[in-house]
Design a protein around this ligand. Structure first.
Ligand SMILES: Nc1ncnc2c1ncn2[C@@H]1O[C@H](COP(=O)(O)OP(=O)(O)O)[C@@H](O)[C@H]1O
Ligand SMILES: Cc1ncc(C[n+]2csc(CCOP(=O)(O)OP(=O)(O)O)c2C)c(N)n1
Ligand SMILES: [Mg+2]
Ligand SMILES: [Mg+2]
Ligand SMILES: [Mg+2]
Length: 350
């Protein structure tokens, strides 16, 4: 195949990937190919949700930790997750890429394979974006557009004293997966083969193919039971702090109630790490952290359970703060939970 120029590449990555019917169902009147996309009205009783998230090579992924398709999949999934965290339904996405020489059109095509796989899974129409060259590292930036029932989108600011704090899934798996993948990347020869064979598939999967919690978010919003909500991108502690500050309350989390998966505990144990630390500060889990009235928790657990989604009550909201406290599993004593987690302008994650 002769090398493609900018416009040839865009067509190669995107043309014919989504059917006319699919695009029409997602509310697209005009998609890729003009100066702007045209969207149909969201309809009376609906509001638009708009969010953007970016992935940068070296910061969010390395060649060694993620395949090309994984990068595309995760770039869209992390955006879908922000729509889920408002209780909405994702509809359309704009995808902008800054492409360095090492990412030729075939590698980028594989990135789009993953991106379209995620788009199909969550019913997202890809309606445009932007393409530039880049000197060294790949950047993928996605803007996602979704809808929510008018007045029902769940904000970070609705947590009230007396409510329960919950998680819709275990955390820490993605961080453990990243730890394992980085270690494999640094190893050589037989040691590398050994580490690869020992890699727990669920940890690598959690890191490479996160599952945004769209169904859980919609149930929380449509029932009105979710009073505040965040998706876990930077880590449970960091997201809990965001809710505490936006709501002007104190969140008290109980260490012994943290959902720790068997795979996480085993990996942490084998590698001299603390599973609870990974679960609290790890990040990129894309489960939902939120609050609900205690009187709704049982029914909420049943509604989510019917969809195969767990609900873990991990603490409660108290007056005061704003702040986040952790009740120790060993001593039962409370300590302030540091606002630690992933932060782009602070070194490292922990
Ligand atoms: N460069 C920017 N310009 C304007 N708004 C921004 C910028 N970066 C982030 N934001 C906004 O700041 C808020 C917090 O962003 P972020 O922490 O990335 O949210 P999330 O963790 O849910 O992706 C969001 O409302 C986001 O839209
Ligand atoms: C090579 C590599 N180093 C570190 C990480 C860990 N990491 C990078 S960004 C991030 C947090 C989430 O990304 P961010 O851009 O902050 O997303 P947002 O909070 O805006 O959704 C984490 C845990 C990683 N995924 N890959
Ligand atoms: Mg963001
Ligand atoms: Mg978010
Ligand atoms: Mg972040």
């Amino acid at each position: 195949m002769p090398p493609l120029d900018e416009f040839g590449r865009i067509r190669f990555w995107t043309e014919g990937r989504q059917s006319v019917d699919f695009l029409a169902r997602a509310g697209v009147s005009l998609g890729i190919g003009d100066d702007a996309a045209v969207l149909k009205d969201a309809g009376p009783g609906w509001e638009w949700l708009v969010a953007a998230d970016t992935m940068v090579e070296q910061v969010h992924f390395l060649d060694e930790t993620m395949g090309e398709a994984d990068v595309g999949y995760k770039a869209l999934a992390s955006n879908v997750s922000d729509i889920a965290a408002m209780g909405g339904e994702p509809k359309c996405a704009l995808v902008s890429v800054c492409v360095p020489p090492a990412w030729n059109e075939e590698r980028m095509r594989r990135l789009y394979d993953g991106l379209y796989e995620c788009a199909e899974r969550y019913g997202v129409a890809v309606i445009g974006g932007d393409t530039t060259s880049a000197p060294r590292d790949l950047v993928v930036s996605v803007t996602v557009i979704g809808t929510a029932q008018a007045g029902k989108a769940i904000r970070r600011s609705g947590a009230r004293p007396g409510q329960a704090v919950f998680l819709t899934g275990p955390t820490g798996l993605s961080a453990a997966g990243l730890h394992a993948l980085r270690r494999i990347a640094a190893a050589e020869g037989a040691e590398r083969d050994r580490l690869l064979r020992a890699l727990p598939p669920r940890l690598a999967q959690a890191h490479r193919r996160p599952v945004p919690s769209v169904k859980a978010g919609r149930i929380l919003a449509e029932t009105g039971w979710g009073t505040s909500l965040n998706d876990v991108s930077d880590g449970v502690a960091s997201e809990a702090w965001e809710i505490a500050e936006a709501s002007g309350v104190k969140l008290v989390l109980k260490e012994k109630l943290l959902p720790l998966s068997g795979e996480l505990s085993a990996y942490a144990g084998d590698n001299g790490m603390s599973a609870a630390e990974l679960a609290l500060f790890g990040g990129e889990d894309y489960v939902l952290l939120g609050t609900a009235d205690k009187s709704c928790v049982r029914e909420l657990r049943e509604r989510l359970g019917a969809e195969g989604i767990p609900l873990f009550a991990i603490g409660e909201v108290e007056e005061g703060g704003p702040g986040v406290w952790l009740e120790s599993a060993d001593t039962g004593k409370r300590k302030p939970l540091p606002k630690r987690g992933y932060n782009h302008f602070r070194e490292g994650i922990m």
